[in-house]
Design a protein around this ligand. Structure first.
Ligand code: NAP
Length: 332
């Protein structure tokens, strides 16, 4: 069945709080050469969506259709596209546009996904799943390493916890509340520290007999960023892969990194630019993640929202109230 001429989409008409998000009828995107049109069954929310909504880039053309990663079915194939057929089940990512009934993307930006994985879970793979997978590779995590993960009950945190268990590494998750700690344990963490009631640096050092962790995956950063180095072993690596707590305070980091004589490193991971140099790796990683989700080795709780409630979902994510991933279903 061909796509209708118009579709419902969650749009950002100008920068601002969650209240600026509106549901609008827009023309269904055109399918340019080399592109496919996907009927979106589910779109995952990411922290980046809230940042783009608050502070759109100066050259943004409004309205921006929110959302980047999605799962759905190929609805149309543009000229010059080989390998995709209408009806193929895919996951994919776009710079924007996923929180809509249809999204058009370059054919290289979609991947096949196994039929048994429900769309609401599959939609979370391209951004959170791949970021988790690349974060562990970029820090060269091996079996037996001890890895500390901030925001362990969050979307990225649950993926990292499952992958660490699958890789045979020891994991210590940090989170804010006892309820979130239960989610992190269910996601596969060996130990969980509730940082609001227990000092995480002291606890990590205690759990590692004073050595510290070989890797710290930090997606929170903010004013406490230097703590990630305080819990890091000699030769260890901090992977900075997000800023949900704000920009990292770097004032202590120079002393921790350069003057401490402990041979530690700081690695940045930004998926959108990292992936450009690792495109050949992506299908294998997506297949691994989908397989681990299907067997329950990766456990990511998913909370689903209809398109009309996307403002509520943005608010919850920004306020740090969520666990796992939030997903929007544009046809619900
Ligand atoms: N590098 C990349 O390319 C890439 C890709 C995907 C995601 N990310 C980043 O990874 C981070 C996690 O993304 P996610 O979508 O999975 O979100 P998330 O981890 O599910 O949610 C953020 C969590 O961060 C913690 N947090 C600490 N301070 C916070 C604050 N001031 N405001 C809000 N949350 C705060 C909260 O967990 P606690 O209550 O447990 O502290 C909160 O639940 C984000 O920073 C995102 O930008 C980066």
């Amino acid at each position: 069945m061909s796509a209708p001429r118009t579709m419902r989409a969650a749009v950002v008409p100008r920068g601002g709080g969650p209240e600026v998000l509106k549901i609008a009828d827009l023309p269904t995107p055109r399918v340019d050469p080399g592109h496919v049109l996907v009927r979106v069954e589910a779109a995952a929310l990411n922290f980046r969506d809230t940042k783009l909504r608050r502070l759109p880039p100066p050259d943004a053309s409004f309205p921006i259709v929110s959302g980047s990663d999605f799962a759905g079915e190929v609805a149309a194939v543009g000229p010059g596209v080989g390998g995709w057929r209408v009806g193929d089940r895919v996951v994919g990512a776009a710079p924007n546009g996923a929180c809509a009934q249809y999204v058009a993307v370059h054919d290289r930006m979609v991947m096949p996904v196994a039929g048994e994985l429900v769309s609401t879970l599959a939609a979370t793979v391209p951004v959170s799943g791949l970021t988790a997978s690349f974060a562990l590779s970029s820090a060269r995590v091996h079996a037996g390493d001890t890895v500390v993960v901030h925001a362990a009950a969050g979307g990225l945190g649950c993926y990292v916890g499952g992958l660490l268990a699958a890789r045979g590494a020891r994991s210590i998750g940090l989170t804010s509340t006892a309820d979130k700690a239960s989610v992190a344990r269910a996601a596969g963490y060996d130990e969980v520290v509730v940082y609001r009631t227990t000092d995480p640096v002291t606890m990590v050092l205690e759990l590692t007999d004073g050595r510290g962790a070989s890797v710290v995956i930090d997606s929170v950063a903010g004013p406490q960023f230097a703590r990630s180095f305080a819990m890091l072993a000699n030769e260890g690596t901090v992977v900075l892969c997000g800023r949900s707590g704000g920009e990292p305070d770097l004032t202590m980091v120079t002393a921790e990194l350069i003057d401490a004589r402990r041979n530690r490193s700081l690695r940045e991971l930004y998926l959108l630019t990292h992936i450009v140099d690792h495109l050949d790796d992506v299908p294998g990683r997506i297949a691994e993640l989908a397989g681990l989700l299907a067997t329950g080795a990766i456990r990511v709780p998913v909370e689903c929202y209809p398109l009309d409630a996307i403002g509520e979902a943005h608010t919850a994510l920004e306020q740090g109230r969520t666990v796992g991933k939030l997903v929007v279903e544009p046809w619900r």
